[in-house]
Design a protein around this ligand. Structure first.
Ligand SMILES: Nc1ncnc2c1ncn2[C@@H]1O[C@H](COP(=O)(O)OP(=O)(O)OP(=O)(O)O)[C@@H](O)[C@H]1O
Ligand SMILES: [Mg+2]
Length: 314
């Protein structure tokens, strides 16, 4: 049977067994072929660890403690080395740091072809120029020989995207790919990713702490809080009709940016993973809490079109 999901994460937990800390708990997520899905949440909620788990790049002290990840129906854990860099690729926040400072950018794209293809030298060069054109780097013949320091941050990110699409991947994991760039450059990168998705049907996981940015590119988004998913819906619903109180406060803090005054952040501190509550993790900061929330562990509730983790909806 045809599998229309490119990625399925089932009840994934990530933790440090030796210290008994859980960083990500029971996360289930599904991405269809050709879909752009966002993951949103404050700093430290576990977005990057989730990406690293998919890519098989978790830091040594953090393990997959339960659950599984399926890529195109295949268990990813034992096969990630076959797929990473070709069928699953990544784009990170700091384009300049992700590039080798002493190698020209053309060669850096070409290295992907060296590793994953057996094209002739001449064809490789031609393909690199074609890729540079695809990611809209002007004057590819000249840029090919330039070094990262000769390129703007936005152009460096286009090189990274070139590296990411070189082998026509099925899935690109973009972890805060525009956060380090200024707003106009950000827009260009977003529309490039959108266009690549459209043209080649590449699925994209787009991670950001900024729901507004995610909503510009994603069809659907997951909101994370303290290592758990708290809401999932299409981005229009997430905006127009947020269900989880955390998502509501995220939107409120955002509106205050658009509506001139200073950024109002959500009251209270994000807890440290060591202190994550076994009950509702948003309780202390929640403006809608009541007696029913006390001592209850909210479940990941399927409401049909969307999902939410809040006692109110149980
Ligand atoms: N190598 C590590 N060792 C110990 N703790 C870690 C390690 N990497 C991440 N963490 C912790 O795991 C939690 C989740 O981190 P993660 O990097 O996934 O957050 P994030 O959502 O990507 O945040 P940001 O928006 O700042 O990038 C944080 O509390 C972080 O301090
Ligand atoms: Mg991160």
């Amino acid at each position: 049977m045809m599998n229309d999901s490119i990625l399925e994460i089932k009840s994934l937990s990530l933790g440090d067994k030796s210290k008994g800390i859980t960083y990500v708990e029971n996360l289930s997520l599904n991405i269809k072929k050709g879909e752009i899905v966002g993951i949103v949440g404050e700093s430290g909620c576990g977005k990057s660890l989730t990406c690293k788990a998919i890519l098989g790049l978790l830091p040594g002290n953090i393990q997959v403690t339960s659950g599984e990840i399926l890529f195109d129906g295949i268990k990813l854990e034992s096969n990630i080395d076959l797929f990473r860099g070709s069928r699953i690729t990544m784009i990170f926040q700091e384009p300049r740091r992700a590039l080798h400072p002493l190698k020209n950018v053309g060669k850096q794209i070409e290295e992907v072809l060296n590793i994953h293809s057996n094209m002739s030298r001449k064809n490789k060069k031609r393909r690199v120029l074609e890729i540079m054109d695809m990611v809209k780097i002007p004057e590819p013949e000249k840029r090919y020989y330039q070094f990262p320091h000769q390129l703007s941050g936005g152009l460096c990110q286009r090189v990274i995207i070139g590296i990411a699409i070189a082998m026509n991947p099925d899935l690109i994991i973009a972890d805060e790919p525009t956060t380090a760039l200024d707003v106009t450059v950000q827009k260009g990168i977003l529309s490039l990713l959108y266009e690549l998705n459209n043209k080649y049907n590449t699925s994209i996981i787009f991670v950001s702490h900024d729901l507004a940015v995610v909503s510009q590119i994603a069809d659907r988004a997951y909101v994370m809080y303290c290592g758990q998913l708290v809401e999932e819906a299409n981005v229009i619903e997430l905006f127009d009709n947020p269900l989880h109180p955390y998502n509501k406060s995220l939107l409120n803090s955002m509106n205050s940016i658009n509506g001139k005054e200073e950024l109002i952040s959500i009251d209270g501190m994000v807890p440290n993973p060591k202190n994550y509550s076994e009950f509702c993790r948003f309780y202390d900061r929640c403006s809608e809490k009541n007696n029913k929330c006390v001592g209850k562990k909210p479940v990941w509730k399927d409401l049909g079109e969307r999902k939410v983790r809040c006692v109110k909806f149980e």
